[in-house]
Design a protein around this ligand. Sequence first.
Ligand code: ZN
Length: 201
Amino acid sequence: MSHPDVKFDAFWRGISYLRQVRRLALSPLMIDVIDDGGLANYHHHREICTWIGENIQAVNATLTDYLDACHQCFALCDRPAIQIFATPLAEQFGIDGLCNIFVNPIAILIDVGRTSPNHWLGIVAHEYAHACVGDVGHGEQFAKILTHLCLGLGLDLPIWEPETMEAWLSNYPHCQLMIDPLAFWFGQPYNPDFSQVSYTS
Ligand SMILES: [Zn+2]
């Protein structure tokens, strides 16, 4: 068991990390775990922020590897400047990742708790495609870049009907969603029995 001071330091490291991430979100409301939510949520808030303070560097190192893998699919001059961070994203937004093209470098935020780890690369590729196109839509240009990334990364290629392209590509690659997205952020190991197949991302 850690000394209370060590836990306290980790908690404040977690808070300061989440404040930094909140500045990169499309809305501050997206990073709601930073607010203690009154007494009811206070215990959750403390535990999650402490876990983040202790572990976020390792999680971000994995995401940075995936970002580098996406970069490798393009010539140096075609690679957008991107920063990437893992963070819990507020449930109400129902998303597992976002790409903020309005900051420089472009920021990709991924809620790695919402999907099983074998889907993280696909989510990074989806957001990377937004960064390349410089747009939040899922049109022809987005499809072209995402297909190129899927080819390079060995992911299944997107196949869509023209009428449903926007909706279909908006959550491609399809992911397995975790039933309890916050479990990861409490430090619980990934358990495939607690996930469900879903087409929401
Ligand atoms: Zn998208």
